[in-house]
Design a protein around this ligand. Structure first.
Ligand code: PNS
Length: 180
């Protein structure tokens, strides 16, 4: 709808999208989702389904782990997988806000480039950065996978459901390497 100046009216956002690979969900992600819900009311967690990218957990497993973690937040957190352009996904869920977490300055280069590309593609889509809590700033999905698959304790880095799923993956990998 146009306003009295003939410009298209942009509605305030009440839905934010938190996109990522989530291979797997970490405590850092959980914190960002909870803080984004407190601001926007509803967060759609967009799980990238990219068959070209080798992931430890399948797209279905990643979605299920996040859904289980936020089962108590129905109506405020939804979890949806997407493929293709992020900006198309954001518009498809009637949002115009992308949330990304920043752990360190080193994250900024890549994140700023992604935000600028997304704004070039669709100027109404805005990216909001939330800084990670200090206690989460060392956590990444890659580090968590590496430690867990080598038998290290990741219970302070991921929710209990994810720690259990990682331990299962480790057992499966060990069993399949014994068969070879
Ligand atoms: O958790 P990640 O891997 O850092 O998340 C990256 C993600 C999924 C946000 C990014 O790769 C993405 O948006 N992919 C969709 C493709 C796209 O829109 N690319 C153009 C913007 S770079």
């Amino acid at each position: 709808m146009a306003n009295k100046n003939g410009k298209k009216r942009i509605h305030p956002a009440s839905v934010a999208v938190f996109p990522g690979s989530f291979d797997p969900l970490t405590n850092g992600h959980v914190d960002i989702i909870e803080r984004a819900v407190a601001i926007f009311g509803h967060v759609v967690v967009g799980v990238l389904d990219n068959p070209a990218k080798k992931s430890l957990f399948s797209e279905e497993e990643r979605v299920a782990l996040i859904k289980r973690q936020f089962a108590r937040c129905q109506g405020r957190v939804s979890v949806v997988s997407f493929s293709g352009l992020l900006v198309d996904f954001v518009q498809s869920v009637k949002s115009r806000v992308v949330i990304r977490g920043l752990r360190a300055i080193s994250d900024f280069d890549y994140e700023a480039q992604m935000a600028l590309i997304n704004r070039k593609l669709v100027p109404t889509v805005e990216t909001f950065f939330l800084t990670a809590r200090e206690e989460h700033s060392y956590i990444s999905s890659s580090v968590v996978k590496q430690v867990a698959l080598l038998g290290g304790d990741v219970s302070v880095m991921v929710p209990p459901g994810v720690a259990g799923a990682l331990a299962k993956k480790r057992r499966e990998k060990e069993a399949s390497s014994r068969k070879r």
